[in-house]
Design a protein around this ligand. Structure first.
Ligand code: SF4
Length: 184
């Protein structure tokens, strides 16, 4: 149903902050998302986001392009089919990337990973909705976009991946998942 293609890039945090991070703009996008104030992995945050980036020196970026086969890419499909195909591909790769990054954290002392999108460990039932602490703080990670990173600009400028506009009722030709590892 799909193949994947992997990309990587490394950038000093000072350069990333200067060229790719805009906390105020992306916070406004997050406010329009149902996860805002509803997942511990998402804003609003009780910490200074810029100071969080500045704890680290380097960002290793990984992107995985999920490319749908000819028979599916760009096809008009019922919304439930699009959701099913998306779940089966994106969620699977996202889980694999999270596991890989947690392994890399262990190999590189002082590093912390940035997940590809919001936390899915509790499958939509985040304890923040009940104002209870995160169930898996040792595994929950913030995403690049939740910390104000411009993921679209990141993949286009640093990895040469073009952006595809989603068309309602059509499966896109590809999705791109982007995650990272912050190193001291
Ligand atoms: S691990 Fe569970 S409780 Fe913690 S942020 Fe993720 S979904 Fe929410």
């Amino acid at each position: 149903m799909y193949t994947t293609k992997r990309y990587g890039a490394t950038i000093p945090i000072s350069d990333y902050l200067e060229g790719y991070v805009d906390v105020d703009t992306f916070l406004e996008c997050c406010k329009a998302c149902p996860n805002y104030d509803s997942r511990w992995s998402c804003p609003s945050y009780a910490f200074d986001v810029i100071e969080y980036w500045k704890r680290y020196q380097t960002l290793d970026l990984t992107a995985v392009k999920i490319i749908f086969d000819e028979g599916y890419a760009g096809r008009e499909l019922p919304e439930e089919d699009i959701q099913r195909i998306t779940e089966a591909s994106v969620m699977q790769i996202k889980r694999e990337l999270s596991e890989e990054l947690l392994r890399r954290e262990k190999e590189i002392p002082g590093s912390i990973s940035l997940s590809a999108g919001s936390c899915i460990l509790c499958e939509g039932d985040c304890s923040r909705k009940e104002n209870k602490p995160c169930r898996f703080p040792d595994k929950m990670r913030y995403s690049i976009e939740s910390l104000g990173g411009n993921v679209g600009l990141t993949i286009s400028k640093l990895m040469g991946i073009g952006l595809e506009w989603m068309e309602e009722g059509k499966l896109p030709h590809y999705f791109v998942l982007v995650c990272g590892l912050l190193r001291k």
